[in-house]
Design a protein around this ligand. Structure first.
Ligand code: ADP
Ligand code: MG
Ligand code: ZN
Length: 604
């Protein structure tokens, strides 16, 4: 591993030292000595201003008479090998002499070689020692592990900092208990778990949980990131693993935490390029995990958001035999997480965190932490000293849709198109039964690319989605483009995202959820990656997949027709709401529903 940072430090140091030496040299020589011309020197001899002269091979050093106050400096001039110099000095009566060049070879060798080398070595030791302390590892530490060791409570995190992950916390408490009271477990004959794998989508607090374990467990805690093992040189990673386990066994009972273990633990199967280094590291890890005796009290925690790419060998019993699922928080969990983070900022008393939690379905801990921070920033921007509800609500939008992009000017025609599109979504949602209420419609462009959007929010947390709800969801997604057709009889590129989502939902209805009559409850796809959007694995023949496409298409067509029908039947309402939106740029859910209600009443 070449750590550029260290080399940078060395370079800075060298430059600094050089500059200081130069300055010192300049200042010192300037204070004590002064260069003069040879002619001036001769003049001084004639004027008898000289006390004494010393002649060296290339310099003449002149000690002036101490008469005048200004001339206290020692003067020197170049030795021109002037043959008359000695005569003139004699006649002027100035004492003179030379300096004997030291020809002692031993002494020369010492001053010329040994001394500088010694100085360099001392300097180097001092410098690297200093860096060592600063970076926590040796400069030349190839193959040495870079795991950070936390003492008790050094991470500053405890389980209280992790909200909404009660089950995960429970499993980890148990593991911590194994370490504290390993005797109890050994006596009864229970085999201690060797390792636990924290699994969950990014940002749900896996790393945070591990840090909290470090804070709670009163044992040493080695923390290292999986990518820290993957080295430039083949074999280094393996050496690191060996070293880490050796250290851990010495310090047992203790915990080893490997964050982002997928960096090393990737399945060796479908790996075309073949990463020798990673494979060796993985093999070493497997060997070490088998080799150590868990009754000694070493527990390995690892975290990943891609359990499906991990090598099967890592997951088999006796290695990471426990999985701790760290899933997306539900409503209560989100509220609790918001509460934890709200503690860190000044927040108005009447702020309703529950409603914020309601407005963020699907958000993970990292998003929520971000929302609170974004709200605090907004409060400062509006020169307020506390965060109010509005800040938090605005922050949700910033996190979900990006910041408002005020400098993007839409032409009037485009604005009209976007407004009808968004109202199309909102109206289909309002006229269908199994949909979430509209929370907000806006045509203010956002930095994340949306020209406008319609926000729907579920009234309560949903864990099951019915077929009717999915159908209506597809219809609402297609409502935007349908409105463009109804109003302008022309279509734009603005619906690509809607189309993608609608198609995916329709497809899932057919292949994953068994919601089509044609295939009944046949599973046709395996989602290969639960958390990241990896490609699903098809579980059927070519012919069947053609039929899947047909089924998907028929759902889309049905939904599209339904949306167009709704919008055509309520064309007047569509136009009036769209005009209002163009005027105001943002409509709240209430304003929107009020218009819909008035219209419905006037129709009766
Ligand atoms: P992961 O490792 O799962 O990707 P992190 O642990 O790095 O996620 O979480 C990132 C940040 O999000 C944390 O530092 C914390 O501020 C916040 N966070 C995530 N989950 C939670 C939670 N359950 N409770 C409180 N804060 C959380
Ligand atoms: Mg992490
Ligand atoms: Zn849309």
């Amino acid at each position: 591993m070449f750590n550029d940072k260290k080399y940078k430090y060395v370079a800075y140091y060298a430059i600094g030292v050089t500059i200081i030496i130069l300055i010192l040299n300049y200042v010192l020589t300037d204070i004590k000595t002064q260069d003069i011309k040879y002619s001036e020197f001769l003049k001084m001899i004639n004027d008898k201003q000289i006390q004494e002269v010393q002649i060296t091979k290339d310099k003449i050093i002149i000690q002036p008479k101490q008469t005048s106050a200004e001339n206290k400096k020692i003067l020197y001039t170049a030795n021109l090998n002037d043959r008359n110099l000695v005569d003139s000095l004699n006649t002027a009566g100035i004492p003179y002499g030379g300096i004997i060049q030291d020809d002692n070879p031993v002494k020369n060798f010492i001053t010329g070689w040994i001394l500088p080398i010694a100085i360099f070595m001392l300097l180097g030791r001092f410098l690297f020692g200093f860096l060592d302390k600063k970076m926590g590892s040796g400069v030349m530490s190839f193959g040495k592990n870079t795991a950070k060791i936390y003492g008790e409570n050094e991470t500053g995190k405890t389980f209280a900092d992790v909200a909404g992950q009660e089950e995960a916390k429970e499993s980890l408490v148990e593991i911590v208990d194994f370490l504290h009271n390993s005797k109890k477990y050994v006596e009864i004959g229970a085999r201690l778990p060797k390792g636990a794998l924290l699994v969950g989508p990014p940002g749900t607090g896996k790393t945070l949980l591990a840090k909290a374990v470090a804070g709670e467990a009163k044992v040493p805690f080695f923390s290292i990131s999986g990518s820290g093992f993957v080295e430039m040189f083949v074999g280094m990673g393996a050496a690191r693993v060996r070293d880490l386990f050796k250290q851990a066994e010495e310090k047992a009972p203790c915990i080893i935490f490997i964050d982002e273990i997928d960096a090393i633990g990737k399945s060796r199967e479908n790996n075309m390029s073949g990463n020798d280094e990673r494979e060796q590291t993985l093999n070493q890890l497997l060997a070490e995990m088998d080799g150590f005796d868990s009754s000694k009290g070493v527990v390995i925690l690892a975290a990943t958001n891609r359990p499906e790419v991990l090598d099967k060998a890592l997951l088999r019993p006796g290695r990471f035999d426990r999985r701790v699922i760290v899933d997306r928080p539900d409503l209560k969990g989100r509220e609790a997480i918001l509460r934890v983070h709200a503690k860190g900022v000044k927040i108005a008393e009447n702020v309703d965190l529950l409603s914020i939690a309601k407005g963020t379905p699907g958000a993970v801990g990292a998003d929520l932490a971000n929302i609170v921070n974004e709200a605090a920033l907004r409060a400062v921007k509006n020169s307020r000293s506390v965060v109010i509800q509005e800040d938090l609500e605005d922050a949700i939008e910033v996190i979900i849709a990006g910041k408002e992009k005020k400098d993007r000017i839409l032409s009037d025609k485009e604005k009209r198109q976007v407004a009808f599109h968004e109202v199309g979504h909102a109206l289909t949602a309002a006229f269908l039964k199994n949909t979430d209420p509209v929370h907000k419609i806006t045509i203010v462009p956002r930095t994340m690319g949306a020209l406008g959007y319609t926000m729907q929010l579920p009234e309560e947390e949903k864990y099951l989605v019915t077929r009717e709800e999915m159908m209506d969801e597809v219809t609402v997604l297609l409502g935007g483009r349908s409105a463009e057709e109804v109003e302008f009889n022309s279509i734009s590129t603005g619906a690509s995202n809607d189309i993608e989502k609608a198609t995916q939902t329709a497809r899932n209805m057919v292949t994953v959820y068994g919601m089509s009559d044609r295939f009944d409850m046949m599973g046709l796809e395996n989602p290969s990656s639960r958390y990241l959007d990896g490609r699903p694995v098809r579980n059927c023949s070519e012919q069947t997949s053609t039929i899947i496409d047909e089924e998907t298409l028929s759902i889309i067509k049905y939904a599209h027709e339904k949306a167009v029908k709704i919008l055509n039947e309520n064309r007047k309402l569509l136009t009036s709401i769209a005009e209002r939106l163009i005027d105001k740029e943002t409509l709240t859910g209430e304003e929107f529903m009020l218009m819909v209600k008035d219209y419905k009443e006037s129709c009766q």
